[in-house]
Ligand binder design. Structure first.
Ligand code: SF4
Ligand SMILES: [Zn+2]
Ligand SMILES: [Zn+2]
Length: 310
């Protein structure tokens, strides 16, 4: 069926059954992301938005959309942050894609590496310490992004999480009874206001993965696809397969998970904001933490000790 609006060839079938052509799809996609930004107040006047880029399709899509929006509106700024874990054959390739994109579009890109932070790239850390790559990233990437965004004066930190990522996270947290972690999800995060936490925004929150992939392909943002050799997310992969299977049989499942989650989110945020009490600040790095020494400083000490002994 040709595009309803311009009677030309369709490029995708949307959830609604509509089959837009390339131009209509790009307009639809950008309009929908713009609506998420407006309705959830993700970006406000005078914001300085740090965009976490990896060089993958989701991060280049959000970088491109927010950069173009900042040029049009002229009342907020964007810049990019890339965390280079030091994974040869993977991050070195996507880093080139991110650098080329930023150079072409005149976007300031700030790169921080595990090598500078931990004394060795992830390849070497895994080999010499035996700690799993995803464990290191799970703690380091989040805190390095927060510290970098804060030091660079950002008021928001944007990530490329899409509807599929979030539906998986919601379901995983339900299945593991991690409701406090669930309360930190949503298009704009932060159950507590602490000056040290830069609020995270997810403008692609309501965009299915399939649509993000199509958009990045049509806008030629898609670099060479590569996967991290240390990917160890078996639980997430199982949930992803389960959801994809359900979506195929019962279209609309992922939207339904996010829509019902959005209804209970205000209650969850209120409950855990009250229950989680006072935030401490780590005496070593001053990052917010629920314990005394933060997880990041504990991990850094452990890695450095093991590297020194190796
Ligand atoms: S798959 Fe795991 S090790 Fe690889 S970049 Fe992602 S979190 Fe890090
Ligand atoms: Zn059209
Ligand atoms: Zn610390």
């Amino acid at each position: 069926m040709p595009c309803k609006r311009c009677k030309t060839s369709p490029v995708i079938t949307l959830q609604s059954g509509n089959q837009p052509c390339k131009n209509c799809f790009i307009k639809y996609f950008e309009k929908k992301v713009g609506k998420t930004i407006r309705e959830h107040k993700l970006v406000e006047k005078n914001d300085k938005v740090a965009i976490a880029v990896s060089g993958g399709k989701d991060s280049l899509t959000i970088l491109s959309i927010l950069h173009n929006l900042s040029l049009r509106k002229k009342d907020f700024e964007v810049f990019a942050i890339l965390i280079d874990e030091g994974i040869s054959g993977y991050r070195d390739k996507t880093r080139i894609d991110a650098e080329e994109f930023c150079k072409k579009n005149d976007i300031k890109l700030n790169v921080f590496s595990y090598k500078d932070e931990l004394g060795a790239p992830l390849d070497e850390i895994i080999k010499k310490t035996g700690i799993s790559g995803c464990t290191v990233c799970g703690i380091m990437r989040r805190s390095m992004l927060n510290i970098a965004a804060r030091k660079l004066g950002a008021t928001k930190l944007a990530t490329g999480h899409n509807l599929d990522d979030e539906a998986q996270s919601v379901l995983m947290n339900y299945m593991r009874n991690n409701m406090e972690v669930t309360a930190r999800l949503g298009p704009i995060t932060g159950i507590k206001r602490d000056k040290q936490f830069i609020r995270r925004i997810k403008p692609l929150y309501f965009m299915p993965e399939k649509e993000v992939t199509a958009y990045s392909f049509l806008k030629e943002l898609l670099g060479k696809y590569s996967e991290c050799p240390y990917a160890d997310q078996s639980y997430r992969n199982d949930v992803r397969d389960l959801l994809n299977g359900f979506e195929q049989k019962h279209p609309g499942t992922k939207y339904a998970i996010i829509a019902s989650f959005m209804e209970i989110l205000p209650t969850l945020k209120e409950k855990y904001a009250q229950e989680s009490g006072k935030i401490n600040h780590c005496p070593k790095c001053e990052e917010p933490t629920s314990g005394i020494i933060c997880k990041r400083c504990q991990l850094v000490a452990q890695i450095k000790e093991k590297l020194a002994k190796s």
